[in-house]
Design a protein around this ligand. Structure first.
Ligand code: GUN
Ligand code: FE
Length: 433
């Protein structure tokens, strides 16, 4: 089947190594055409140059006056924490014990997991997020439910069952053996099933024994094309705890590195308090970072050093980190990222923010060959933004305003009202009412 979309389009044409390069890689087409065949981009360019290619039988979706961009990529989010956003008053470790673990307990129930999976996917789509790297719970049912729901709309999603066999309530613990068997089964069932992909997901170093980390290594060796997804250097007390639990290792990241869990397609959430040797290790192993500004502010974890990540050539994506993060919305998350940079005396340009949320995020997940911009052959996941959804935005949006300023206002003032339509796999999956 063929679809045709007309409108103003913005994307980034290639991955970059410096934020200054992004501007030269941008592509803005004021009156453009996106032709989609079987869920993939067939042709993209100027409307005038492409309009003859639209078959007479195809109705053109006309989004002129809106801004069509690649679907947003959320590189770190916990779907089983959707119902606990806004838990009051603690930093990471107390927050986990008091709020997170009791909430995740409910996902032992497949029906509950199904209900929440459906809720979760709706929230992603109504916020323009078309790909996410997702934590489940320790229960394999939670991951079955999520993949099942994502498969119904053929979404590009990476997820995994949490591995955790110590330092949490009994009701949330697995064992090295059960985590191996359950992860393996889920990989066999879901990895590369349609657009779904699997991430080996040890929660974080404190909740895994060395035996379980050994199992994570074995899984990665047996399934080298899967992802690894975990947390790293989020909170000062957490880091001290890891050092006490693993005195034989040379710091927090060395725990993961020792068990073979660094490398391409390894994504480490937070990385707020990295030591120099840890930056170097992430860089040398081509591991990636998920920058989670709303979460890091909310839990008082600290300020992520994005400039240093560029300098060290470590790929970064943006994570909402629901439920320590406070929004599913990528625009609001970028707005907080801007402020995190301000507090460090740096600036996040609108181009850089846009890159991180689209192609840069895709690249940090190793998915830039299939999503992230409008190149022919890429999967047709995109969002139609309405830059003038509110009175305040209308005031700031007239023809004398440059594109970069318009984009910056969209990031600063935008939210779910800015998301006018969301498409996954070439199909309309969300319409704002
Ligand atoms: N570290 C270990 N588990 C978690 C979690 O669920 N959320 C956050 N933000 N950090 C973690
Ligand atoms: Fe997290």
């Amino acid at each position: 089947t063929i679809k045709a979309v007309r409108g103003s389009f913005l994307d980034v044409t290639r991955t970059v190594e410096h934020p200054e390069e992004i501007e030269s890689a941008l592509r803005y087409i004021e009156d453009g055409l996106l032709l989609i065949r079987n869920g993939k981009v067939e042709w993209f360019g100027e409307w005038q140059a492409g309009k003859e290619k639209v078959p007479a039988s195809v109705r053109v979706r006309d989004y002129r006056g809106k801004l069509v961009v690649p679907g947003f990529v959320d590189t770190h989010i916990h779907y089983p924490q959707s119902e606990m956003v806004g838990a009051y008053g603690e930093q990471l470790l107390e927050w986990l014990n008091k709020h997170t673990f009791p909430t995740e307990r409910r996902y032992a129930d497949l029906d509950y997991s199904r209900e929440m999976s459906s809720f979760f996917l709706k929230q992603l789509l109504r916020n323009g997020t078309t790909t996410a790297l997702v934590f489940g719970t320790v229960h394999p049912e939670s991951v079955d439910a999520l993949f099942e729901a994502a498969s119904h709309i053929n979404m590009r999603m990476i997820a995994g069952k949490v591995m955790m066999d110590r330092n949490a309530p009994d009701y949330l613990l697995d064992t090295p053996e059960s985590s191996y068997q359950q992860s393996k089964q889920l990989i066999e069932r879901w990895h590369k099933n349609g657009r779904l992909l699997y991430a080996i997901t040890p929660r974080f170093a404190p909740t895994s024994t060395p035996e379980q980390l050994e199992v994570a290594r074995r899984l990665r060796e047996e399934y080298p094309d899967t992802w690894v997804h975990t947390h790293l250097c989020e909170n000062v007390d957490e880091i001290a705890w890891v050092k006490a639990l693993f005195p034989e290792r040379d710091g927090y990241l060395d725990v993961y590195h020792h068990y073979g869990l660094t490398g391409r397609k390894s994504v480490f959430a937070h990385c707020v308090h990295l030591e120099e040797k840890e930056w170097d290790c992430l860089s040398h192993t081509h591991s990636s970072i998920a920058f989670c500004p709303t979460s890091n502010l909310y839990l008082g974890s600290g300020l992520f050093n994005l400039q240093k990540a560029w300098r060290k050539k470590v790929a970064v994506g943006i994570g909402t980190d629901i439920g320590a993060g406070t929004t599913f919305n990528m625009l609001q998350t970028l707005n907080e990222a801007y402020k995190v940079m301000q507090l460090q005396g740096c600036r996040l340009s609108a181009w850089e923010a846009f890159y991180l949320a689209t192609l840069g995020g895709a690249s940090s997940l190793g998915l830039d060959d299939c999503i992230g911009n409008f190149h022919p052959g890429k999967e047709a996941d995109f969002v139609v933004l309405e830059p003038t959804a509110t009175p305040l935005q209308q005031l700031r949006y007239d023809n004398s305003v440059s594109l970069i300023d318009k984009l910056f206002v969209l990031i600063t003032l935008g939210d779910d009202r800015s998301i006018y339509r969301t498409y996954v796999d070439g199909r309309l999956v969300y319409e704002r009412t």
